[in-house]
Design a protein around this ligand. Structure first.
Ligand SMILES: Cc1cc2nc3c(=O)[nH]c(=O)nc-3n(C[C@H](O)[C@H](O)[C@H](O)COP(=O)(O)OP(=O)(O)OC[C@H]3O[C@@H](n4cnc5c(N)ncnc54)[C@H](O)[C@@H]3O)c2cc1C
Length: 403
């Protein structure tokens, strides 16, 4: 039975779904909007398990959605945190090369920073690195002053509050289980009844492809979950890290390599790595879902990806299973760090869209199918970029749905 009617239903109460709902309720206050989140609170998955970094936009290909929306989104994030008293700090970061082979990639990053319009980005020699991070061993580096830190779980709770103030409804504990079409509208079925709507925006993160399949669509990509595990620096050793220390990333992968991140609420994290998760929301090695694994292993794109990247993957598994190997990777950045300085912390699982040919979707990806907008690939820096992504989705809804 359909008990309520809405104009737009947003599936997923992560930072992207909430930012989209925030912009929809702001720009179209006349629309009845419902956001459905299966967990008992918003921001419980990727949004609540990340590094908390406000990225500057230095990494991304000029002209890509990631580059544009990260730069725009970082500005909007800082303004939002300031307006709503959410803790944040623009602490800057260093990206450091620890071998000569990395110098050309460092140069590419510097050029990208300039092309993406970042101000104050500058090259560093070894001595200059140590003026900023006295314990870091980099040979050459880049200083990125615009990088900051915040608490994205707190940001998403505030987004939910603003959505409600602007007239939207946020319903937690409500899992979308199916869709049916009826007389020009969609009926969204959930564990708490059915809701009729004109439009759907699918922001289901790790489940965005499954939600799209529930609606009878063919997503064209599959979400493969990659867990990132963290260690915590013990309080007595936090002095080793002033702000954020990152390695030069391998451009073949969207992951940035294990790094040190100061947390806005105190403490320093080391990580995350990137290993295949055996469950879409699998935060530990022992978390296993037969259904999710059957989906991953039954996807030809997964095997093609594994064929291309198995060597990198094995290295990540080794660093996950052996603390010694993890510490060795960190020692390239901070030679003084020892195994006993680190204690295992939590983890997060990234939703990475993979194409049938095994390639990883690099840029953000939103698609329209009928009266649905599907947000398939919004990995890092999507928390930073969330307000700009929400705005871009609203612009897409405006033209595609003519609302
Ligand atoms: C380890 C890690 C570190 C990261 N570090 C950073 C960083 O420092 N800076 C940065 O900018 N980004 C970072 N990111 C990326 C960022 O966290 C994500 O890009 C962002 O949180 C994605 O938000 P989302 O709303 O798409 O997904 P999610 O936060 O996963 O939200 C999706 C929501 O959909 C809900 N859902 C799914 N299926 C259903 C259903 N059937 N019915 C109802 N609800 C459903 C889920 O419960 C979930 O709450 C990191 C990510 C990870 C994993």
């Amino acid at each position: 039975m359909t008990d309520q009617r809405f104009d737009i239903v947003v599936v997923g109460g992560g930072i992207v779904g909430l930012a989209t709902a925030l912009h929809l309720t702001k720009h179209f206050p006349q629309l009845r909007l419902l956001l459905l989140e299966k967990e008992d609170r918003v921001g419980k998955h990727q949004t609540g398990h990340n590094s908390g970094v406000i990225h500057s936009g230095i990494y991304y290909k000029p002209g890509s959605l990631k580059a544009r929306l990260c730069v725009e989104g970082a500005r909007a994030m800082v303004e939002f945190c300031g307006q709503h008293n959410i803790p944040f700090e623009i602490c800057g970061k260093v990206i450091v090369a620890t071998s000569e082979e990395e110098f050309p990639r460092l140069q590419t990053l510097l050029e990208r920073g300039e092309a993406n319009g970042l101000s104050g980005v500058r090259p560093l020699n070894g001595e200059q690195i140590r003026e900023i991070e006295p314990h870091c061993s980099g040979l050459r580096g880049i200083y990125v002053p615009a990088t900051g830190i915040t608490d994205y779980a707190a940001v998403s709770e505030k987004y939910a509050e603003v959505v409600a103030q602007q007239g939207g409804t946020v319903s937690v504990g409500t899992k979308v289980t199916g869709f049916t079409q009826r007389g020009g509208e969609t009926v969204v079925e959930t564990n708490r009844g059915a809701f009729a709507t004109r439009y759907v925006v699918n922001c289901a993160g790790l489940h965005s492809d499954s939600v799209s399949r529930l609606a009878g669509q063919k997503p064209g990509v599959r979400i493969i979950p990659f867990r990132g595990e963290y260690y915590d620096l013990i309080p007595e050793k936090e002095y080793l890290v002033k702000s954020l220390i990152y390695p030069v990333p391998d451009p073949r992968f969207p992951f940035l390599g294990v790094h040190f991140t100061r947390r806005v609420r105190g403490g320093v994290d080391a990580g995350p790595n990137a290993v295949l998760a055996f469950k879409r929301e699998g935060y530990r090695w022992r978390d296993f879902s037969m259904r999710d694994m059957a989906g991953t292993l039954g996807y030809s794109g997964f095997w093609r990806m594994a064929g291309k990247y198995w060597r990198y993957g094995m290295g990540e598994v080794h660093r996950s299973l052996s603390k010694r190997a993890f510490v060795q990777a960190l020692q390239r950045l901070l030679p003084e760090i020892k195994s006993e300085d680190l204690v295992a912390d939590g983890s997060g699982v990234r939703a990475q869209a993979v194409r049938p040919d095994g390639s990883l979707v690099d840029d953000f990806q939103f698609d329209r199918a009928g009266n649905t907008l599907n947000v398939y690939n919004v990995p890092s820096p999507a928390a930073t970029a969330s307000l700009a992504i929400g705005n871009a989705i609203v612009e897409m809804a405006r033209t595609e749905f003519e609302i």
